[in-house]
Design a protein around this ligand. Structure first.
Ligand SMILES: Cc1cc2nc3c(=O)[nH]c(=O)nc-3n(C[C@H](O)[C@H](O)[C@H](O)COP(=O)(O)OP(=O)(O)OC[C@H]3O[C@@H](n4cnc5c(N)ncnc54)[C@H](O)[C@@H]3O)c2cc1C
Length: 434
């Protein structure tokens, strides 16, 4: 088969998939060496590690989203709006479910043919089936959820503003999980509580916003070293954020959280950010191997274990490299490094060249604790664990997002976007107030 006819289909335009589609579009697509298609269930892309900022009102998702259609047009690939629900490996086509909006079918169920398929559909929150979690918690894994949280948060202030600054109303917020999402959200919400007073929302005093993080494990940021975990905990406690470790949540009600030890944590708003799992439909693809959280098992080449024409990357795959016992962590930097790797790997594959094994470089984990408490941050596994905090760390944290933007838009356009953000910050409100 001529390379011209090669149909490379990427499903999921997130932290990894959007970068891969851009890289392949700029190379194979531009030279017309292959037809590159990106499919996503949403019309726009927003970088997931910033969702806690959207939830806290510190980032306007609308002005930081990327239109897939426009981006595809500029980078020599085509975009199809659709939700993948399966694959027919014999026929080499994937299945998209019908798209409905307001009870109207916008697009019918369809099939899309591929020669090479790259699955990059990410993950979702795992509540481990905890009673009441689905009904009463917000899962911060989608833009809509982050925006819904922001509205609920503002509504509490709107109601309280009737009482004015004499009110002693207490606003309890509980976050399940002391991983990156929970920790960053808690710090950002504390910052928001202080900002809102400046805009006249003085019905709830910042000191009356009681944020509690509940973690089943023995420490905050369980994946990081004790030293960095302690540094983060210290910063959070300096913001008066309560941290309960070693407490497993067994039930969520409208009033709050119940733990295995019999504790009750009252909460008006509840966020579940304690674990991840991938999508059920991945486990149902005939012939492909998946694990207990429905991630596809891939070889170090990132090909699925039983089908060399189907690759998977990012949060939706489980990749254990040689010499390691644990699979790679579901992180933005894993997805980002795999996108860079796959751009070359796919080119080698269509040219029938030998494939390489993916090499993961842990560049450490940076945790943004917002401006209110400066930033606690970590660079792990350079030569040894190295903890650093403050302005420098904040700069490194922001640079992760800027690197993602640079892959998508190039450095010149990223510089313009940085300038635009600075102008907006200077001229507009410090946070989203609607
Ligand atoms: C609030 C928050 C904070 C985080 N902070 C950090 C951090 O500080 N550092 C870090 O390294 N990581 C962080 N993460 C994790 C990081 O966001 C993920 O590891 C990363 O986004 C994974 O990239 P991905 O490309 O695999 O998936 P995603 O970025 O999740 O993209 C998946 C894409 O697939 C699309 N999709 C899903 N299902 C379908 C379907 N059926 N059909 C078509 N399209 C579909 C989605 O719309 C999405 O565009 C954070 C995550 C959250 C939620």
């Amino acid at each position: 088969m001529n390379n011209l006819t090669k149909r490379i289909v990427i499903v999921g335009g997130g932290a990894g998939g959007a970068e891969l589609a851009t890289r392949l579009g700029n190379t194979l697509g531009k030279k017309k060496l292959a037809q590159i298609t990106l499919i996503d269930a949403n019309r726009t892309h927003i970088w997931k590690p910033r969702l806690h900022e959207v939830a806290a009102g510190m980032l306007d998702a609308g002005s930081n989203e990327l239109s897939y259609v426009a981006h595809a047009h500029q980078h020599n690939f085509r975009f199809i709006l659709g939700k993948m629900c399966g694959v027919n490996r014999d026929e080499k086509h994937l299945l998209l479910s019908s798209l409905e909006e307001d009870n109207e079918e916008i697009l019918p169920a369809r099939t899309i043919d591929y020669d090479i398929l790259i699955i990059a559909v990410g993950s979702q929150t795992n509540d481990f089936g905890t009673k009441g979690a689905k009904e009463h918690c917000i899962y911060l894994d989608k833009r809509e959820a982050a925006e819904a949280f922001h509205h609920s948060f503002l509504n509490v202030y709107l109601k309280a503003s009737q009482a004015g600054s004499n009110s002693d109303e207490v606003f309890n917020i509980a976050i399940v999980g002391a991983g990156a999402t929970g920790v960053e959200l808690a710090a950002e919400l504390d910052h928001t509580a202080h900002q809102l007073v400046h805009y006249g929302f003085d019905g709830i005093k910042p000191e009356n916003v009681k944020i509690t993080i509940v973690e089943a494990g023995p420490k905050v940021m369980p994946a990081l070293s004790d030293k960095t975990s302690v540094a983060i905990r210290r910063q959070l406690e300096s913001l008066d954020i309560q941290i309960l470790t070693g407490q497993m949540v067994t039930e969520v009600t409208a009033e709050g959280l119940h733990t295995k030890d019999g504790k009750f944590i009252p909460a008006r708003l509840k966020v579940w950010s304690a674990g991840v799992k991938s999508w059920d439909f991945l486990a149902e693809i005939e012939g492909l191997e998946s694990n207990h959280i429905h991630q596809l098992i891939v070889k170090p080449t990132l090909q699925t274990s039983n089908d060399e024409t189907i690759f998977a990357m990012g949060d939706c795959c489980s990749c254990t490299l040689q010499g390691s016992e644990k699979p790679l962590p579901p992180r933005a930097q894993t997805a980002n490094q795999q996108a860079t790797f796959l751009a070359k790997q796919i080119a080698a594959f269509i040219n029938h060249q030998p494939l390489n094994d993916f090499v993961y470089k842990d560049k450490g984990s940076l945790i943004s604790l917002s401006k209110a408490g400066s930033v606690g941050s970590i660079m792990g596994n350079l030569s040894k664990d190295f903890t650093f905090e403050g302005r420098m760390a904040r700069l490194f944290y922001i640079s992760l997002y800027r690197l993602h933007q640079a892959t998508l838009h190039g450095w010149f356009n990223t510089a313009l976007l940085i300038l635009r953000d600075r102008i907006n910050k200077r001229t507009g409100p410090k946070m989203k107030l609607h």
